[in-house]
Design a protein around this ligand. Structure first.
Ligand code: PLP
Length: 287
């Protein structure tokens, strides 16, 4: 396995960063999770735009242009002879002295890891997930806006721990006002009377690339789709609920806070959107 590190390709063993990297010391950095399907990187431009926007927001200088980063991602796949893969792109503030001041760091560390995909068990997609709402909150008024894909994922981890303790597979996170935002690492959709609804990201959610793709699919197929705030009650009485994310793609939810959703099995709209999404990811290409 070859890891991209600041312009070079190194082995897994050589791919180490300093304990003085502020990414390690303070979670000071950003990342992206991207997928390649059969020789095509899915929505690479969109992922890189989000990466560079996250960087701008936290005043982190990425020492590569967006085009250079694009090439680095593709080169990493080529080096590893991977046509389908999960790609993790990490940019940390870099090594500096102790102390929060980012000016103590000389240069960002840019790392790209491409791995063979570990797919979630098929059973999860057939049966659907049980999720619970948790005490952890998203707050869009924070300077660290939930739209920033930062290396600070402790909130999401705490949410996941809460969900696990409640015997659920995933957490549903609300914002400070009680509106539903997203999962710990995925966006949320509900379906009610044929309309597909997802929370607007200004409530405090990451603008997921998979989320945006589902919205596009709906528009393309003439399926009513809205970005609209909703509450836990709306989720409980929805006909269908599903989550979206780069790794999970589209995954059905069949129980929320012990309320059975719809008939307790993945719904028709969820299945249709899953199929349509898969069509977009089965275009064969070559790097
Ligand atoms: N929300 C959070 C908090 C995430 O970490 C992710 C994963 O990247 C998502 C949503 C889904 O976004 P995407 O579809 O771009 O993977």
């Amino acid at each position: 396995q070859w890891i991209y590190m600041n312009g070079d390709f190194v082995t897994r063993e050589q791919a180490t960063v300093s304990v003085f990297d502020h990414g390690y010391l303070y979670g000071d950095g950003i990342f992206e999770g991207i997928r390649a399907y059969d020789g095509c990187v899915f929505k690479l431009k969109e992922h890189l735009v989000r990466l560079y926007e996250s960087a701008k927001s936290i005043m982190l200088h990425i020492p590569l242009s967006i085009e250079e980063m694009e090439n680095a991602v593709v080169e990493t796949l080529k080096r590893n002879h991977l046509q389908s893969a999960y790609i993790r792109l990490v940019v940390s503030r870099g090594a500096g002295d102790l102390g929060l001041d980012p000016n103590l760091c000389h240069e960002a560390n840019v790392i790209i890891i491409a791995e063979r995909l570990k797919l979630f068990p098929a059973e999860l997609y057939e049966k659907g997930l049980k999720v619970v709402t948790v005490a952890t909150r998203r707050n869009p008024a924070d300077t660290l806006n939930p739209k920033i894909k930062s290396l600070n994922y402790l909130n999401s981890i705490l949410a996941r721990l809460e969900a696990e303790q409640a015997g659920a597979s995933e957490a549903l996170i609300l914002n400070h006002e009680g509106y539903v935002c997203e999962g710990s690492g995925d966006n949320v959709f509900i379906v009610k009377n044929g309309t597909v609804i997802t929370p607007p990201t200004y409530l405090g959610a990451l603008e997921g690339i998979t989320r945006n793709t589902i919205i596009e699919i709906c528009h393309h197929l003439g399926i009513p789709c809205e970005e609209k705030p909703f509450t836990r009650h709306d989720v409980y009485v929805a006909d269908e609920v599903f989550l979206t994310g780069t790794a999970a793609e589209v995954i059905p939810v069949i129980e929320v806070d012990r309320r059975v959703i719809g008939q307790g099995v993945p719904g028709g709209m969820t299945k249709r959107l899953t199929e349509e999404f898969r069509k977009l990811t089965t275009v064969t290409g070559t790097f």
